[in-house]
Structure formats: structure tokens, C-alpha cells
Ligand binder design. Sequence first.
Ligand code: HEC
Length: 149
Amino acid sequence: MKTQLALPTLLLTFAAMWSAPIHAAEADGRQLVEMPPEARAELRAEMLDFQTALHLIVGALAEQQFATAAEIAENKMGISAMGRHRNAPPNARPGMFMPNEMQAIARSMHAASSDFAKMAKRGDTTRALGSLTAVTGACVACHRSYRIQ
Ligand code: HEC
């Protein structure tokens, strides 16, 4: 019963957020995560790779290239893509500066990408897209909560 009431409320909240654009300089509710310039640069580079991967995945799904979508998701964003900065000097490892909750969102994104890869291999576009929203949901959750500048 509670969830039936909660969902419309949540949707209304989102609608309100969109219809009233926030002027970033005035009211930025995101938490500032401070990190050295090297770590910031690494994080940005990784983000651009995520964005490219996501773009290629959606394109692959549109063409029903399920194996390609799965491969990109696993290799570029999944569990296999974790530890990219393992051998970098500490000041160039963004993860070291992230609060625990932020790290948890990052891990959930990697796990969701691996889950998506498995789902995509089953060859059902609708289900694959549904599974992909767990990945994009992690992008949104982190971007809505944290900033580095
Ligand atoms: C664990 C947190 C986290 C997750 C998960 C995450 N991001 Fe980010 N992302 C950030 C932060 C922090 C920034 C920098 C925001 C700022 O400029 O302060 C950022 C910035 C970006 C940028 C801008 C890069 C630039 O050049 O400034 C892109 C593009 C991006 N993210 C894409 C994605 C995509 C796509 C996903 C999901 C597949 C994703 N991110 C998931 C934290 C995250």
C-alpha cells in the first residue's frame, strides 16, 4: 500500500525538479568532493569513456547487436573495468578521495553493467533496456549527489 502511494509522489517530485531548473551558482545541493587535480583529471577521463560506452551500447541495442552491447558493458563499465587506477600514484586515484556512499554508487554501477551484459546476451531488447536503467540510474544518482569542483 505504501509503495502505491510513494511512486506517484516520487514522480511528482521529479516533475517539479525538472519544471523549476536550478541555477547552479545559486543553489547547488551536491556535496563537493575534494581531490587533487591529477585525480580529477583521471575521473573526468574515465567519465568520458563511460559516456562513449553508453552511447555505443544504446546503438548496439538499436541494431540488436546483443553480443556487442554485452561486451562493451562488461569490458568498459562492468566488474571487469574496476581497478583502472590500481597502479597509479595515490594522488591520481579518484576512488581514494570518494566518501563511502559515493564508492558504493560506483560499485553498484559496475555491478549493474555486468548484470546488463548478462541480460543483453539473452537477446530481448526490452528487458535489456530495462536492465540498462540500473546503470544509468547509478550515473544519475552520483551526479545528483556529488561534484568535484
Ligand atoms: C560514483 C559517482 C559517479 C558515477 C557512478 C558516474 N559518474 Fe560521471 N561524474 C561524476 C563526477 C563527480 C563528475 C564531475 C562533476 C563535476 O564536474 O563536479 C562526473 C562527470 C561526468 C562527465 C563530465 C566529464 C567532464 O569532462 O567533465 C560525464 C560525461 C560523465 N560523468 C558521465 C557518466 C556516465 C555516462 C556515467 C554512468 C555510466 C557516470 N558518469 C557515472 C561521478 C560519477
